[in-house]
Design a protein around this ligand. Sequence first.
Ligand SMILES: [Zn+2]
Ligand SMILES: [Zn+2]
Length: 256
Amino acid sequence: MAITDPWVECFFVGALQMRCSVVTDRSTGDTVIIDGGSEPGRLIDWIDRFGGRGPDWSNGPSNLSEAEQQHIPERTVIALVNTHAHFDHSGHIPDLLEHYRVKWYLHEDDTYLQTLAQSSARRWGFDAPEPAVADEGLVPLTTMSFGALDFEVLHTPGHTLGGCCLNLLVDNGANHLFVGDTLFAGSVGRTDLPETGGDFEVLAASIHTQLWPLEGDTIVYPGHGPLTTIGHERRTNPFVGEGAGAGGTFGRGKYA
Ligand SMILES: [Zn+2]
Ligand SMILES: [Zn+2]
C-alpha cells in the first residue's frame, strides 16, 4: 500500500553536510529517519516538538500550528534505516536509538564497515559514540513496510558493499528515492575509500541495473548535495548517464 503525499524533511548534518531525511505519513504520523548520522539532538528536538533549527528543506509544516491545521497527528518514529555505514551516515545512530528505542536497519554487507564508524570518525577528527549494531538487515528486491511507509529496497553496491537505495512508494505522484552516496546530481559516490569495498565498475553496474529502470520522474535524494531525478541523471550524468562512455568517463566521484 503506497501512501499519498509524503512529508519529507532534509537536514544537512555534521561537518560533511550529510543529508538526513525524515519521512512522515501525513495521515498516521508514522515516521522513518534515513541516515541519522549526526546532530541527533537537532533531529530529536525538531521531530518531537518542532524545536530548534529544523530542517534545511521540507515539503511540510514548519511549526506545530501548521501541522495541526493540516490534521497531521503527532509523529511516531517507527524505524531508523540506513543507506550505508559510512560514519557520516551512521556515527550517531546510537544516540537516536537510545531516544526512540526502535529497530535500526542496515544491509548485512555493511556490518564490518559499521564496526569502524567510531574509528573512522576519529581519523577525520570527529567524535562519535561506540558504533551501533543493526537490529535487522535490509532485504534487497523486497518492499519493506515501516508503519504506513513502504520502501522498495534496491541493493546498489559499489560505493560500499552493502549500499542500498530506498524507494518510497507514492500512489499519487513521483516516488522518492533515497540513494545515500550511490548517485549524486551530476556525480557518483567515491569508490576509493579504504576498507569499504568500493569499485567503480560495480557501482556503475548497480546504477545501470537497479536505478535506471525506475520511472524518470522519481525524485532522488542523494547523501550530499542537491536533489535530482532519475530521468535527469540517466540523460546527463557524466559518470554513468547515457553520454558516459563504457565504464564511465571518470573513475571516481566527488563525495564521501
Ligand atoms: Zn559514503
Ligand atoms: Zn556520505
